[in-house]
Design a protein around this ligand. Sequence first.
Ligand SMILES: [Cu+2]
Length: 436
Amino acid sequence: MKDPLEPDDFPASRFATNASHLPTHGNVSLPRRRFVQGVATGGLLAAAGLWPALAWGQEQAGGMPVLRGTDIRLKIGLTPVNFTGAARQATAVNGLVPAPILRLKEGETVAIHVTNQLAQPSSIHWHGILLPFDMDGVPGLAFPGIAPGETFTYRFKVQQSGTYWYHSHSRFQEQTGLIGPLILDPAGTDPIQADRDYVVMLSDWSDREPEWIFRRLKQSSDFFNYQMPTVGDLVQDIRTMGWAQAIDKRKMWDAMRMNPTDLGDVSGATYTYLANGMPPAANWTAIAHPGEKVRLRVINGSATTIFDVRIPGLKMTVVSADGQDVEPVTVDEFRISVAETYDVIVQLPDERAYTIFAQSIDRSGYARATLAPRAGMAAPVPRMDPKTWLSHGRYGHGRHARHGRHGRSRHVLPARQARGVATRGARTRHVWHAAR
Ligand SMILES: [Cu+2]
C-alpha cells in the first residue's frame, strides 16, 4: 500500500507559516481544500446496498429499524459504505451505520446478545448508563472484550430514561461507524410530550484509516488545522491591540504549547460530517407538519468533532441534556461536544423546509439535515460562521468558561451549560444566562 501522506493530499504549505497559503483570521474563508459534502445519490447507493444508513434514516419515522423489547440481537461486522464517492468498509451493527436505534424501557431487564463477526476483538459500551460494572463493555476494565466469532450477552436493568448512545470501545471502531442511539423510555408517561420523535445523530467520517489519523495527531496535534495563526494575524493584532499586547497573546499560547485556532482535533480536511449517517449532500429529512411538536434527539456520536447546531428561522426549546430532563429553555443555537446529547422541541410554523445545520466548531465543515412537511424539500444551507480564536476564558478556565461567543447576536447555548441544570434549583439562572 502506498504511503497515504502524499504531497497532493497535504500540501507543504500546510506546515508553513507563510501567510499567503492560509485563510485570514476573521474572514469566512475556508481551507483551500473544501470539506467533502458527500454524495447525493443515496437512492442508487441504497439500491446497491452501499448505503446502510439510508434505511435507518428513512425508516425511523415509521418505527423501524428501531429495536425494542427485552431480548435483542446485535451483530458487529464490516459493511461497504460510500459517503464521499469512494467505497470504504465501515464497522456496522446488523449492517447499519450508525447502528440501529435501541429503544428500551425503564424498569425492564434487558438481554442484549452481541455477536462479533469481525476478525478483531470488539465491544459495545453503553454511554452514560447505570449498570453493573461487568456490563459496561470496556475491554480490559469491565470484561475481556468480545473475541472474533463470539457472542457476549449484556444483561442489565434499565434504571433511567432519556437520550443516550452506545459505541464500540475497541480500537477505532467508533470512528469507523460503530455508534448507535440508545433511547430509554420512562416507566411512566414521558413528561416530554411530542407528536414526532426523531434521532439526529451527528458524526464525523473519514475515508482515511483512523490509525493513520491518530498517528498524524501524535506527531503534530495541529496536523489537520488548516487555519493556523499567520503573520497577517499578528499584524492585525498589533494594529488593534498594540504591539505589547499582541506579542503577549502569542507568548501566552506558545507558553502553553497550544494553538488558539485548535478548536477541533481533526477537521473537515479529512472528515465528512454526517447526520444520521448521511453526508450534507444527501440531506437526511425529518418529516413534520406545521404546528406539530417535534422532538429532536441530537446526539454527538463523533470521534473528535464539536458542533454548533441551529435551525435557521426556528427556535429550539431544549428539554433534556445528556438524558436528564431540564427546565425548558428556548435557544437559537447550542453547542454540543463529543458524546453529549440534547433533546429539543421544535415546531414548523408553515409548509416550508428548514435546515438543521451543524457546523464544526472550527468551521471546517458541517453536517446538514432538513425538517420539512414533505420529503424532497430543502431550505438554503447557511454559510458557515467566521472562525473565532479561543480565549482563555472560553477554554475551560474559570466559571464562565464556554459561555457564548463574542460578537454574536444569536442566543447560544454552549456545550456543558446544561450540565449544571437541574429540573429545579438555583443554578438555573446562572447557567442559562447566555441563552437569554
Ligand atoms: Cu462513550
